[in-house]
Design a protein around this ligand. Structure first.
Ligand code: ATP
Length: 370
């Protein structure tokens, strides 16, 4: 899949910008704080309707303005298509080929992107929240059903937490808690089973990539750490049954605490290299290799699921990778993945890549093709 044109209106520090892309590699070059990352962020937001670095859409709208608009013209093997996302202080809406989508979960997934940004180096050692967000963003772009279930799950969770607060204060109905628990279990089981299946496939792809980048020295294992006492070898009906048991046993404790204590909002991923937990023992280099292997695995996984390679967005990470890792990355994407790179200098970028790249200079919210 290729992005052919990108138009920005009142997005971050851009008033207006119109860019077209003909090359497989597109480099945004400029000093710090000029708007390089903002372009990559716009592409990411256009595809996923969420930013990779903020949960507050308001921050994406140019200061003093009421709305921001991002438009993109894409080419897929099956033909061209257009996306438009409008962010306003009241909310956001997405259009595919000019048609407004009723739900954002129906909009997301038309275009696929993989972003590799400095924040991703925290995937291994950062908080579980970072890893859950990673799961949601990645599964969300290959499965609309997942986003649909996740959205419903979050709504029921909020209601159940309100009710548990009431019950804690000796108000509210125990019968209602049973009803909400039934709904929660059904949705939680859907979310957990998708996450389980995704992590298994991610592991299959990431293992050989990691092995290769570590020059055959490291064997990576990624596993899903499910919530509560639910085991990780389950089909949907077993997950439901186990969740029921957990909620039954912990009912009094949840009422006492006034909050839902179990569920996919508390699960995690674990990473082991040669049998050792790298969340605790991993070196900086191992974290980098793991983050890179995950991103490259995601690219292949998206290809396997949707039959097209995603766009790759590399935000200031080439300079973070040593020559060996950098050339591994560039070799694996060569000729198949349209790539957008930000950098403050082209010096560290391999010559072969530069030859097939278009360079855009970014200065104070303006972009000029060199
Ligand atoms: N909502 C907004 N409205 C206007 N300007 C904004 C908004 N959000 C961020 N900016 C400005 O955008 C600039 C940062 O842009 P960006 O994050 O793209 O930097 P960059 O060129 O990637 O720099 P670096 O190399 O340091 O990462 C800053 O000048 C910041 O003040």
């Amino acid at each position: 899949m290729d992005l052919k044109q990108l138009t920005l209106r009142q997005f971050r520090n851009y008033d207006q910008a119109a860019l077209s892309f003909q090359q497989p590699v597109n480099i945004f070059l400029g000093e710090n704080a000029q708007g390089k990352t903002n372009v990559l962020e716009a592409i990411y937001v256009l595809a996923l309707a969420k930013s990779h670095r903020t949960t507050k859409d308001k921050e994406l709208i140019r200061w003093g303005e009421e709305f921001a608009r991002i438009e993109g013209h894409f080419a897929r093997r099956t033909g061209p298509f257009e996306l438009e996302l409008i962010l306003s202080l009241k909310g956001k809406k997405g259009k595919v080929n000019g048609l407004e989508q009723r739900k954002l979960s129906e909009y997301v997934g038309a275009a696929n992107v993989v972003m590799f940004a400095p924040e991703d180096l925290g995937l291994v050692k950062g908080s579980p929240q970072v890893r859950r967000r990673f799961l949601d963003m990645e599964i969300g772009q290959i499965s609309r059903v997942y986003l649909y279930h996740l959205g419903l799950y979050q709504k029921v969770l909020v209601q159940r937490n309100h009710l548990l607060k009431d019950l804690q204060a000796r108000k509210g109905s125990g019968e209602m808690l049973d009803i909400l628990t039934d709904q929660l279990v059904a949705l939680a089981a859907e979310v957990i089973s998708r996450r389980l299946a995704f992590v298994k496939r991610l592991q299959e792809w990431a293992f050989p990539i990691h092995y290769d980048i570590s020059r055959g020295k490291e064997k990576l294992e990624i596993s899903y750490v499910p919530p509560g006492e639910v085991s990780d070898e389950m089909d949907l009906s077993n997950i439901k049954e186990e969740l029921y048991q957990v909620y039954k046993q912990k009912r009094d404790k949840e009422i006492q605490r006034g909050v839902t204590l179990f569920g996919p909002q508390r699960d995690d991923l674990s990473f082991r290299v040669n049998g050792h937990d790298i969340q605790t023992y991993g070196s900086q280099g191992q974290q980098r290799t793991t983050a890179l292997a995950l991103k490259l695995a995601e690219i292949e996984l998206i290809y396997a699921e949707v039959g097209e390679y995603p766009l790759l967005l590399l935000d200031d990470v080439l300079s973070e990778l040593d020559d060996y890792r950098q050339s591994h990355l560039l070799r694996s994407i060569q000729d198949k993945v349209q790539t957008f790179v930000t950098t403050t200098s082209v010096e560290g970028i391999d010559e072969q890549t530069l030859k097939q790249a278009a360079v855009f200079e970014v200065t104070e919210g303006t972009v000029e093709k060199r």
